[in-house]
Every structure is written in C-alpha cells, then in structure tokens.
Ligand binder design. Structure first.
Ligand code: PMP
Length: 351
C-alpha cells in the first residue's frame, strides 16, 4: 500500500501469471506454450523487419496484418481487429462493451484474468457454476446481465462447448456482447467465427500465442460485426494507437501466411495429447476430454499439490490451482514427445 496509489490501484488484485523460470533445464509444461518453434518464415520476416525503419512508428491501423487475418478467415477487413496479445484485446473489449450497471457473466472455473479486468473496469462479475462434469451450461446464463465471456475450449478444464450451444447463448442475449475466447480453438474445436454473420453481438478473440508458437510476440485478434470492431478501435485509439510494434507486425503476417507449418505443428501437439491421455488413464488419472494444448488431470489417490511439488523437484513444471473445486487437479501443457515421455516417467516414480 502506498499513499501515492489511487483508490483503484489500492483495490486491485493483479493476475499472477505462471512461473517463467530463467533455468532452462526445467521441462516447462505450466503455461500452455507451444513446444515447437515458430515457422522459420516468421523468424526470417522479423529479421528482415529489423532495419532502419524501426525509427518510424508502426502502422497504427495494422493494415497488412488485419488484411492477412481477414483473408485467412474469409472476412472483410472491417470485421477484424489486431492487438497486442488476446489479453490486451480482452481488456479493450471489457472497456468497450460491458455495462458497469449490470452484471458481467463468466464461468466460475475459467481464465482468471477475467476477474482482474472486471475489477479494473469497475464491473460486477457473476460467476456461473460449471456442472459436475466441468461443462458450461448455457441455460444457466439466462440471468439479467450486461455481457458474457466464455472461453472455448475453457481453461483450465480443456472442455469444448459445441457451436450449437454458442448459438443458443448468442440468441438468448441479443442485446449483450458475448465474447468467445478461442485461445485454444485450433487444437480440436470448431471456431465460432462462422457465426459472426448471424450474430452482431458475437466477438471471437484469438491469439498467435498458442497454435502459432508466438507467445513471445504478443499478437492476438478479434473478429466480429463492424460495430464491435469499431468499438474496439475507439478504445485502442484512446489508449495507445501503436499497440503492435513493427517486428511483431512483420512476424505475425508471416505466421498467418505459413498455414502448412501451423497445421503440421498443431497435428503433432494433438497426436501427443491423445497418446499422453491414454498413458494417464492407465496410471489411474481422471483426464477431462481435452480439445486444447493441455490436459486437466486428477489422480484417484494422490493429492494434486503433492504431485505438483514432486514433479517440480524432478524438474517438471506443471500448473496447480489452489482454488475450490479444482484443487485436486493439475493442468499440464502438451510438450514434445520427448518432454511428455520425461513427464510420464517422472509421474511413474511418484504415483
Ligand atoms: N485467453 C485464455 C483462455 C488464455 O488461457 C490465455 C493465455 N494465458 C489468453 C487468453 C491470453 O493469451 P495471449 O495474451 O498470449 O494472446
């Protein structure tokens, strides 16, 4: 606490991201990064952009990147927004669309940044409980609200909500913005982008951090009706119009364009996930039905916190959430086959 802090600063409970150890010897399965490097074309594009033009401000409209993403998804450029990671876009969207006089709804077990942004923007959050199987029940969102956020697949449960349920959610709340956070959609889900034409209240948020192996570049997108994209641009240009830097813009365009590379690495992550799931089931773990690049697991006998600590002692980092309902679970990002073999071997020594 400081006398220099505003009442807002004093009231905040900031998000605590997963550990990023300097020690590279850890097998790092704790923050859902992609184990494969970005496309070589991305590295080449960034090197190419590292030139004297860095003295110039970047394009505030991110035109090349917006056009590349629009072409990729078959949308007009006016329905695409690019930002500095999906976290930034979510922050803009919370400011742009949610009515502080009403409740903002999101699942009780979900990405914990939503709560932080709600607080930052003075929004009252109502947490809608997942069912016993950790499923989102869209009927339970039928309460008076000023906006809804649902990640799909959800994190950390990894469970996917079918598009039919998203349609119901959008139709139930035509006067509220519904954000579908698709950070993990490329690992087995069907994107809600195809619903945008039917629902002007839908904002789909995606990121290059996971399926394009670019968490370090900080680029994300939002897709939606022109009025929603215009709303995001109003917030962005009232905050910092140069959100994406020149190097990131260059790398991100190359990432979108190298579709073959993305499809190859994504398929590898999915194949590894399926194999590891079988191994975990055989070791008495409960494993949710993951359509993401991580698995959410609980052992039938041993406590999650104990497994977490013992894995850490053996040099394997996973994520433990000290939170009601999920404190018996661990979230484990899918690494390379070699990393996952080492993880399974370490587990075998523990359970
Ligand atoms: N949404 C969800 C559900 C996430 O898990 C994450 C990553 N932690 C993000 C958004 C943010 O991703 P980024 O800011 O890297 O795009």
């Amino acid at each position: 606490m400081s006398k220099f802090w505003s009442p807002l600063t004093a009231s905040l409970v900031p998000y605590v991201p997963g550990e990023q150890p300097k020690d590279k010897t850890y097998i790092k399965l704790n923050t859902n990064e992609n184990p494969y490097p970005p496309s070589p074309k991305v590295i080449a594009a960034i090197k190419n952009a590292a030139n004297a033009d860095l003295r110039l401000y970047p394009d505030p409209t991110c035109e090349d990147l917006v056009k590349a993403a629009a072409a990729y998804y078959g949308l007009p450029a006016g329905q695409v927004f690019a930002g500095n990671g999906s976290d930034e876009i979510l922050a803009f969207a919370f400011a742009a669309f949610f009515d502080p006089a009403k409740k903002l709804l999101f699942p009780d077990i979900t990405y914990s940044f939503y709560k932080v942004y709600a607080k930052l923007y003075g929004l009252r959050a109502e947490l809608i409980p997942l069912d016993e199987q950790f499923q989102v029940r869209v009927e339970d969102f039928r309460v008076d609200n000023g906006g809804i956020v649902v990640p799909n697949p959800n994190a950390p449960t990894a469970e996917l909500l079918p598009l039919d349920d998203i349609r119901k959610l959008l139709a139930d709340h035509p006067d509220q913005v519904v954000i579908i956070d698709e950070a993990y959609i490329d690992f087995g889900g069907q994107s809600a982008i195809e619903l945008i034409g039917d629902y002007p209240n839908l904002l789909v948020v995606q990121t290059l951090s996971k399926s394009r192996s670019l968490a370090g570049l900080r680029v994300g997108f939002a897709f939606g009706s022109e009025e929603l994209i215009e709303g995001l641009n109003r917030i962005k240009n009232s905050f910092n119009s140069y959100t994406i830097d020149r190097l990131a813009l260059a790398g991100a365009v190359a990432a979108i364009e190298d579709d073959d590379y993305f499809k190859g690495t994504t398929a590898k992550v999915v194949a590894t996930r399926e194999r590891v799931t079988e191994q975990l089931l055989a070791m008495d773990f409960k494993v949710t039905d993951s359509k993401a690049n991580f698995v959410f697991i609980s052992h039938n006998r041993l406590e999650a916190q104990v497994i977490f600590q013992q894995l850490r002692d053996k040099g394997v980092l996973v994520r433990y959430f000290n939170q009601p309902r999920i404190d018996g679970y661990l979230r484990v990002s899918i690494g390379t086959d070699e990393e996952m073999d080492a993880f399974i071997q370490a587990l075998q020594e523990i359970v």
